[in-house]
Ligand binder design. Structure first.
Ligand code: SF4
Ligand code: SF4
Length: 114
């Protein structure tokens, strides 16, 4: 799969010492140049979706492979409150499916408090 950067939405996490994608990627695949995120080695991506969930601007998405989706369908995620809201987009950016689940971190926090 391929992580896509929307350069209109990405603001380079202005004001932060590190971009959220830079900070969270386990493979250190992001850096910033001219105020925008850049991916160093897309083939090293593990498809963990951590950057997609962390981007505060929803500028990152994962393009699904043809084996499981139509051409250029993408998944994006936004974390809001204690939920992760997933959206499957078609090649024109239109939403095909929405799916919302409770954030696992929040689930474990809740169960630790019980
Ligand atoms: S987290 Fe999103 S907005 Fe921030 S630098 Fe990365 S792609 Fe850009
Ligand atoms: S999906 Fe995971 S490994 Fe790939 S760029 Fe994003 S954080 Fe890094």
């Amino acid at each position: 799969m391929t992580v896509r950067i929307d350069y209109i939405l990405c603001n380079g996490c202005r004001g932060r010492a590190e971009g959220c994608c830079e900070e969270i990627c386990p493979g250190y695949l992001f850096y910033r140049e001219n105020g925008k995120a850049v991916m160093r080695e897309p083939s090293d991506c593990w498809d963990c979706f951590a950057c997609v969930k962390a981007c505060p601007r929803a500028a990152l998405s994962v393009e699904l492979p043809f084996q499981i989706s139509e051409v250029k369908h993408r998944l994006i995620a936004r974390i809001k409150n204690n939920r992760i809201n997933w959206q499957l987009l078609d090649s024109n950016g239109l939403t095909l499916v929405k799916y919302s689940i409770q954030n696992r971190n929040e689930k474990s926090k809740n169960s630790n408090n019980e």
